[in-house]
Ligand binder design. Structure first.
Ligand SMILES: NC(=O)N[C@@H](CC(=O)O)C(=O)O
Length: 425
C-alpha cells in the first residue's frame, strides 16, 4: 500500500497541518511531517473533511443498469467526496430479501470506490401489504440496519407500527418516505400558487406533515427509531421540533435541492425539476435551512435519483420524479451554509455515519482512525456539464450552472478513489 503525505491541509476547525496516511489509517497528524516512502500531496488551501456519507442514494442496480450501476454510482459518489452511501431498496427486483441486499453489497465491494451499505425494503415488493424479511436482511452479510420503502410511503399505520417494533430488536431504523398517498393522487408538483397558475395537480405539504406526525407518535409509542427521508416543508420542521423536544427517537434528512430550489422552477415545464417530494416555496427553503443549522434536521442526504433520458426528457406529466445529487451535493451545501466546515462535516458525514451505524466513517482525521476522508478546494469554481458527470444519467438540475467548491481527492481506507479531481479507476 502506498503511503500519502498530505501537506498543509486545513482540518475542520484547525490550523493547516500535515497528515500521513499509511496502511489504511491516519498514521500521524502534525506540522512538518516527513516520510521518504510517501507520495506527497500539496494541499495548501484545501480543507480535509471526514469522507462524506450519504443516507439516501438510488443506485438502480439490479434492474435499471441503463440509468446507473453500483459501479457508476459509486464513482459519482467518490467524485462528490463520499466514502459511504446507503443504497435505496427500490430496485428491480426490490431489495426485500437477503439475496438481493447481499448482491448489492457484493457489487459495492467489487467496485471498491465507496462502501455501499444496502437499505432493505420494509414491505415485500414495496407493495405496503406484508413485512419483508427484515431479520434475514439484518443477519445477512450486508448487515442491513436501515429499512425503507422509499419511493412509496408505508401508509398502513399497523404495518408501520409492526416494522418499528421488529427493528427495535437489533437497533434498526425505519426510514419513511412521508407521503399520504390519498392526498397526492395524480400530483405533479407542490400544491400552491404556482401549481394553480400552471394548472398542474398539487402535492400538498400536509400529505408529508400528516405522515410525519403519525409516525413520530408511533415511534414514541414503540420506543423505536424513525428516520424521515427528504423533509421538504416548514410544517414538517415544526412537527419534528415538537417530537424531538419530547425525546422521540427521530432523525431527519433534507436534500440539497430542497435547500436551494423552489416550485417556481416548474414554470419552465422542464421535467428535470420534477422530483418527489416536489420543490416547495421560498418560505419552506428558509425553514429547512434554519432547521439544518439548528439540528432539527440532522443530515443532508442527496436522494441521488438517476433516470434514463427517455424517462426524463418527455412531457412533465410522464416524466419520472428525481434528480442527480452525488456529484454536486458538497457545492450546494457550501452555497447554502457557507464555509461552516464543522456544520458541513456534522450534517454530511459524522451524523449520517452514526445513524447508519457505519463505524470507521464520519471520523475526523486523528492517529489510528481509518483514512476515510476528502479534500475540498473551497475556492474552485466549475461549470456543471451533464455529459461530464460520472453518473450514467444526465438529470442534474444544475446543468451549465457555475458552482463553487471542488473535490480534489477522496481516500477510502487510505487508498485514493479520486486524485486531482479525477476518479482513480
Ligand atoms: N425522489 C424521487 O423523486 N425519486 C425517487 C423515488 C421517489 O421518492 O419517488 C426515485 O427512485 O427516482
Amino acid at each position: 500500500m502506498t503511503a500519502y503525505l498530505i501537506r498543509n491541509v486545513s482540518p475542520v476547525g484547525g490550523e493547516p497541518t500535515d497528515l500521513l496516511i499509511r496502511d489504511g489509517v491516519v498514521a500521524e497528524v502534525g506540522a512538518g511531517l516527513s516520510a521518504d516512502d510517501a507520495t506527497v500531496i500539496d494541499a495548501t488551501g484545501l480543507v480535509a473533511l471526514p469522507g462524506l456519507v450519504d443516507l439516501h442514494t438510488h443506485l438502480r442496480e439490479p434492474g435499471r443498469e441503463d440509468a446507473e450501476t453500483v459501479e457508476s454510482g459509486s464513482r459519482a459518489a467518490a467524485l462528490g467526496g463520499y466514502t459511504a452511501v446507503c443504497a435505496m431498496a427500490n430496485t428491480s427486483p426490490v431489495a426485500d430479501t437477503a439475496g438481493v441486499v447481499e448482491q448489492v453489497w457484493r457489487l459495492g465491494r467489487e467496485a471498491g470506490l465507496v462502501d455501499v451499505q444496502p437499505i432493505g425494503a420494509v414491505t415485500v415488493g414495496l407493495a405496503g401489504e406484508r413485512l419483508a424479511e427484515l431479520g434475514a436482511m439484518a443477519d445477512s452479510a450486508a448487515r442491513v440496519r436501515i429499512f425503507s420503502d422509499d419511493g412509496h410511503c408505508v401508509a398502513d399505520p399497523r404495518l408501520m407500527r409492526r416494522a418499528l417494533e421488529y427493528v427495535k430488536a437489533f437497533d434498526g431504523v425505519i426510514a419513511q418516505h412521508a407521503e399520504e398517498p390519498r392526498l397526492t393522487e395524480g400530483a405533479q408538483m407542490h400544491e400552491g400558487e404556482v401549481s394553480t397558475r400552471l394548472g398542474l395537480t398539487g402535492w400538498p405539504a400536509v400529505a408529508e406533515e400528516a405522515i410525519i406526525a403519525r409516525d413520530v407518535l408511533l415511534a414514541e409509542h414503540v420506543g423505536s427509531r424513525l428516520h424521515v427521508c427528504h423533509v421538504s416543508t416548514a410544517g414538517s420542521v415544526e412537527v419534528l421540533r415538537h417530537a424531538k423536544a419530547r425525546g422521540v427517537r427521530v432523525t431527519a434528512e433534507v436534500t440539497p435541492h430542497h435547500l436551494l430550489l423552489t416550485d417556481e422552477r416548474a414554470e419552465s415545464y422542464d421535467p428535470v425539476f420534477k422530483v418527489n417530494p416536489p420543490l416547495r416555496t421560498a418560505a419552506d427553503v428558509d425553514a429547512l435551512r434554519a432547521a439544518l443549522a439548528e439540528g432539527v434536521i440532522d443530515v443532508i442526504a442527496t436522494d441521488h435519483a438517476p433516470h434514463a433520458v427517455e424517462d426524463k426528457e418527455c412531457e412533465w406529466a410522464y416524466a419520472r420524479p428525481g434528480m442527480l445529487g452525488l456529484e454536486t451535493a458538497l457545492s450546494i451545501a457550501l452555497d447554502v451554509l457557507g464555509p461552516r466546515w464543522d456544520l458541513i462535516a456534522e450534517r454530511m458525514s459524522r451524523v449520517p455515519a452514526r445513524i447508519a451505524g457505519l463505524t470507521g466513517h464520519g471520523l475526523d482525521p486523528a492517529p489510528g482512525v481509518p483514512a476515510n476522508l476528502t479534500l475540498v478546494d473551497p475556492a474552485a469554481r466549475r461549470v456543471i456539464e451533464p455529459a461530464e458527470l460520472a453518473s450514467r444519467s444526465r438529470n442534474t438540475p444544475y446543468a451549465r450552472m457555475t458552482l463553487t467548491g471542488r473535490i480534489v481527492a477522496t481516500f477510502l481506507r487510505g487508498e485514493p478513489t479520486v486524485l486531482d479531481g479525477k476518479a482513480v479507476k
